[in-house]
Write a protein that binds this ligand. Structure first.
Ligand code: ATP
Ligand code: MN
Ligand code: MN
Length: 308
């Protein structure tokens, strides 16, 4: 069989040209996904995923023994990664230099999977202009008591408010419980500008609907509400990458959807590796001409105004 051609003498497998060790190791016991299935997922979605994930500093959620073993977030570069996982030097908050990771090729994604990576988490800026974010994210986190319908309503309220401000956006179901509303930005504004705008926007929405929304992290006050998490919009903060697997039972994938499609969904963790071919056959909802940040942007408008 064709797959056998990729088996090496020592039991490793070549996937997308990258050597994957322990390919048969079960990573998701319930969903019965192996390490090679994870690597193959990233090989399948590589081009689409890289259109969003390439050349951004990233954090990796690694689970070398699968999701029932110990998992850890890795934000700094480490030893033993295949060559496709590249490094860049960035300044930390305290001014110290530190080595971060980025990928810009399928080999990078698959190489990270070889190192036990299940989830990819992205900065909101690309490495050639690290101090000018190119996206803003509202991460909608529902309290446990809420239904997915409540999350969808929150996403639509965020969309409507952003639209009023002249900003286009698209939703992504996270593969977990919530939705990320993603706003593409022209790279003109600073982290401070984007963060303050995001905080103000989230606060206005929670002031307007205090029974439904909260814009502060407090878990105690979140009862029965959706937390509009605007804190993804800081230098150094991350959000899960489009088309990333999640390291949770069920092996769901984070998937951008259209607003029309979101309306038909009943959960945020309903997409799996087997759905990817179908998703790739249609354009990415995050990549429509309308979503490319054309038009008036309030953040840019604020900056233009501040320069007068
Ligand atoms: P859900 O829809 O279930 O909330 P999520 O990916 O939005 O899924 P959150 O807990 O809301 O999960 O986290 C939002 C983002 O913040 C994550 O995608 C991740 O990039 C980042 N994040 C959360 N926790 C950590 C952590 N411990 N270390 C690093 N980054 C984190
Ligand atoms: Mn969330
Ligand atoms: Mn959150």
């Amino acid at each position: 069989k064709a797959e056998a051609d990729n088996d090496t003498d020592d039991g490793d497998r070549k996937i997308g040209g990258v050597r994957v060790s322990s390919p048969g190791r079960v990573v998701y016991p319930d969903a019965k996904l192996t390490k090679s299935a994870v690597a193959e997922h990233y090989a399948t979605v590589a081009d689409r995923m890289l259109s969003h994930a390439a050349d951004r500093p990233l954090s990796l959620l690694r689970c070398p023994d699968g999701i029932s073993g110990e998992c850890f977030f890795q934000k700094h570069a480490g030893k033993g990664f295949p060559g496709g996982v590249r490094t860049l030097t960035l300044r930390e908050k305290d001014g110290e230099a530190a080595e971060y990771m980025y990928v810009s090729s399928p080999e990078g994604l698959i190489g990270a999977a070889q190192m036990g990576t299940l989830e990819f988490h992205l900065w909101g800026a690309r490495r050639d202009r690290i101090d000018r974010p190119d996206r803003m994210i509202f991460d909608l986190d529902p309290d446990e008591s809420l239904s997915f319908a409540d999350v969808k309503r929150a996403a639509e309220d965020v969309r409507d408010g952003l639209e009023t401000c002249g900003l286009d956006c698209a939703p992504m179901v996270t593969g977990g419980k919530g939705v990320h509303v993603i706003v593409p930005l022209r790279r003109v504004s600073s982290w401070d500008t984007v963060k303050v705008f995001a905080k103000t926007f989230a606060t206005v929405l929670s002031d307007r609907h205090p029974d439904r929304y909260i814009a502060t992290m407090s878990k105690a006050k979140r009862k029965g509400k959706v937390f509009i998490d605007w804190l993804r919009n800081e230098r150094g903060a991350t959000a899960v990458a489009p088309y990333s697997l999640r390291a949770r039972p069920g092996a769901a994938v984070a998937v951008p959807v259209t607003w029309e499609e979101l309306d038909t969904l009943d959960r945020a963790d309903g997409f799996h590796v087997g759905d990817m071919e179908g998703r790739l056959a249609a354009p990415c909802p995050l990549d429509t001409p309308k979503a490319r940040g054309i038009g008036t942007e309030i953040v840019a408008a604020l900056e233009d105004w501040s320069k007068r």
